[in-house]
Ligand binder design. Structure first.
Ligand SMILES: Nc1ncnc2c1ncn2[C@@H]1O[C@H](COP(=O)(O)OP(=O)(O)OP(=O)(O)O)[C@@H](O)[C@H]1O
Ligand SMILES: [Mg+2]
Length: 359
């Protein structure tokens, strides 16, 4: 299959990357061309398997990855009408995540790389979330604009909430992070308090549609003087209201509580991100991670004229392998290959490049 010049990424060599993601409870594979053009993406979720445990059961997750990974990778190749002969490198999530889950993807990627004589690229899952914001379907008429640096990246996922200043591809300055719960975790915990199903983010978004965001004046932890976040006080404030209603045996106003909670989270995320973008003279803002799927979050960032905003397609906000292939492409293009004795890094933070285990 010919490589399409329309999708070339300025000054980087053309390449098709097969991405593999198994950091938690999704087994995913995808093929991305030149770091941005999506040729295929397959994601299988284990949510139903873990529901009875009330969270992800690590051993169940890793064994399920073993059962699914072969079929998922085959499907990604078929969707793109390709074989491994059309692929230039294998990118795989090396961390952070559950060790037993990461090991399945990493070993599978090693097997493919060895068998096909392809470079192996270990990718940071958080870097993957960031790169998801620039991925677009290969058949678009006009590819959306590429990033302009410096860029302020807000990462809001199930396990992380952080602000990073990005100076160039793969080059970050960490500004701040949550001191307690991640934004997605706060959505999940508050959903449980309100009797809503897991994952809590989509459930709260749905309940909030008919709720009044001003019904409860929940606290906004601004943490002035730092770029950190804190969501545990907000969660406790919701709990206190829930207890008051329970004590009075009154029906819980779930829709108003969901809308008011969501408004408080959005307010804090937007305020701090814009403050940081102004302070560091960022040219653009990027928002990524599962919580970037939230409609109120998207509206707040997209319906303003101060900064251009990159935000992933809805299907690429939560875990997927397109983001791993996309980030992997830039590591590949910059010659950052890994060896076949690469280990997983379950607690790998998104650090400046000098601090990386594999750089
Ligand atoms: N529409 C939504 N509104 C708010 N939150 C959402 C929405 N959709 C998903 N989420 C939240 O996103 C989180 C999942 O995102 P993601 O897959 O990026 O996290 P993760 O991979 O578990 O964590 P990490 O990437 O930090 O390791 C969950 O907490 C979920 O509730
Ligand atoms: Mg994730």
């Amino acid at each position: 299959m010919d490589k399409d010049n329309r999708h070339a990424t300025t000054s980087f060599p053309p390449a098709r990357i097969l991405g593999i993601e198994t950091s938690c409870d999704e087994t995913a594979a995808a093929i991305v061309e030149n770091g941005r053009a999506l040729l295929s993406s397959v994601v299988t979720s284990q949510i139903d398997l873990h529901a009875k445990y009330g969270g992800v059961f690590p051993e169940v997750a890793s064994r399920q990855h073993i059962l699914t990974i072969y079929g998922v990778v085959e499907q990604a190749l078929q969707q793109a009408h390709m074989s491994l002969k059309d692929i230039d490198a294998i990118a795989v999530t090396r961390g952070p995540g559950l060790a037993g889950s990461l090991v399945v993807g990493v070993n599978y990627a090693k097997g493919l790389a060895l068998a096909e004589g392809l470079p192996l690229i270990g990718v940071n899952h958080l870097e993957g979330h960031i790169y998801s914001a620039w991925v677009y379907p290969v058949d678009v008429v006009e590819p959306p604009p590429a990033p302009r640096f410096p860029l302020l990246a807000l990462l809001i996922s199930g396990g992380h909430s952080e602000l990073n200043l990005m100076y160039d591809h793969l080059t970050y300055e960490h500004l701040g992070a949550t001191l307690d719960d991640a934004a997605g975790e706060a959505f999940d915990k508050v959903a449980r308090l309100l009797g809503l199903p897991y994952p809590g983010g989509p459930a709260i978004q749905k309940a909030a549609i008919n709720g009044n965001p001003h019904a409860f004046n929940f606290p906004r932890a601004r943490l002035e003087g730092s770029w950190n976040f804190s969501f545990s006080g907000l969660k406790t404030a919701v709990l206190r209201v829930v207890r008051q209603f329970e004590a009075k045996k009154q029906e819980l106003p779930v829709e108003d509580l969901a809308a008011s909670f969501q408004a408080a989270v959005v307010d804090v995320l937007v305020t701090k991100t814009f403050q940081a973008a102004r302070k560091y003279k960022a040219k653009e803002i990027l928002v990524a991670g599962g919580v970037s799927a939230n409609r109120a979050v998207r509206t707040a960032f997209l319906e303003q004229n101060e900064f251009p905003v990159h935000i992933p397609a809805l299907s690429l906000c939560t875990d997927n392998a397109a983001m791993i292939a996309a980030a992997g492409y830039f590591r590949y293009a910059l010659g950052k290959h890994d060896s076949l004795d690469m280990d997983v890094l379950p607690t790998w933070p998104l650090l400046p490049i000098e601090g990386r285990g594999s750089a």
